[in-house]
Design a protein around this ligand. Structure first.
Ligand code: NDP
Length: 289
């Protein structure tokens, strides 16, 4: 039987409508959530991401500002801008779009962001809080995956979840959030031996590798939920493809996410949620659910 293709558009639009209502309610108490996005250099893909983030913010009723810096901007100048944003009452979330030019240290930049405004959840303080289960922003892409799983009614507790990829942005925090949801988690990476044997045990398979169509039906247990985080541009057609070979896996999985149109827009939605929650916390109005 063919897998159910997860309707990313519907999930995202429901979620954003909910966020918009919450923003309006916060605004009625005198607080408008604000996001500052900083981009350094001319990478066209990064400019598209930044535009999408700012647009999503405005559509949700939030304040947004985009700071475009040239490729040759000294690191110190970027850090001074972040410090200014750290001190701004209008700004509750700060995001510095990666990649940064080679002469700028991503680590120093991330650490310059005030942890309460770190809506990407890259600051070591927030990564540590995530690890020990303390309240704070959640990493956007993995948090989006958890919300997608909840939306389709997946029962995560006790299930075997296999994450392919161990990056600081996706794989590692993904494993941590699945663990928080009580899954039994295995992480695969480039040194994993017999990966197919491991992925075939997964009830929930999350691919975050960065290799187009690498995951085939032979990697997937019949009936598994397959979440494709990958965004890869195909050299021949220029089209976007995930890490999962969608057509090949369709008849094996029970649910599958399309690329594009599911994890990507859900990631931006979680950025909005983090900005909203940062504004609520700053105003002493955040309620932990
Ligand atoms: P990274 O390149 O940082 O990490 C890739 C991971 O995959 C590494 O841990 C690497 O292992 C592992 N890997 C590479 N080759 C293999 C292999 N043959 N078998 C098993 N594991 C392998 O990528 P990111 O985590 O940043 O991104 C992954 C994908 O997700 C990309 O396509 C990216 O574009 C996409 N992405 C999508 C987002 C969204 O919003 N939808 C957000 C962020 C990323 P090792 O550690 O051993 O090198």
């Amino acid at each position: 039987m063919s897998a159910q293709v997860i309707n990313g558009k519907e999930i995202v639009s429901d979620y954003r409508a909910q966020i918009k209502d919450q923003v309006a309610s916060l605004q009625s108490k005198g607080v408008q959530p604000g996001l500052a996005v900083v981009i350094v250099g001319d990478d066209p893909a990064s400019h598209v991401y930044v535009r999408n983030k700012a647009k999503a913010c405005e559509e949700a009723g939030m304040y947004s500002e985009v700071h475009k810096l040239t490729e040759s901007t000294p690191e110190q100048e970027l850090i001074e801008l972040i410090e200014k944003l750290n001190g701004s009452d209008k700004i509750h979330g700060i995001l510095v779009q990666s990649p940064l030019p080679k002469h700028i240290s991503e680590e120093r930049v991330v650490e310059a962001i005030e942890p309460s405004k770190d809506v990407d959840c890259f600051h070591p303080v927030n990564v540590g809080n995530l690890m020990i289960g303390k309240e704070g922003p959640l990493p956007c892409t993995p948090a989006g995956v958890i919300e997608i799983l909840k939306k389709i009614g997946a029962d995560i507790a006790g299930k075997h979840a296999v994450v392919i990829g161990r990056s600081n942005i996706v794989g590692k925090p993904m494993a941590m959030l699945l663990l928080r949801e009580h899954a039994t988690v295995t992480v695969c990476h480039s040194r994993t031996k017999n990966m197919e044997e491991i992925t075939r045990q997964a009830d929930i398979l999350v691919a975050a590798v960065g290799k187009a169509k690498m995951i085939k039906s032979r990697h997937v247990k019949p009936g598994a939920i397959v979440i494709d985080v990958g965004i890869n541009r195909l050299e021949d057609t220029g089209k976007l493809a995930g890490d999962v070979d969608f057509d090949d896996v369709l008849d094996t999985a029970s649910y599958i996410t399309p690329v594009p149109g599911c994890v990507g827009p859900m990631t931006i939605t979680m950025l909005l949620r983090n900005t909203l929650e940062a504004a609520e916390r700053a105003a002493g109005l955040h309620v932990t659910v």
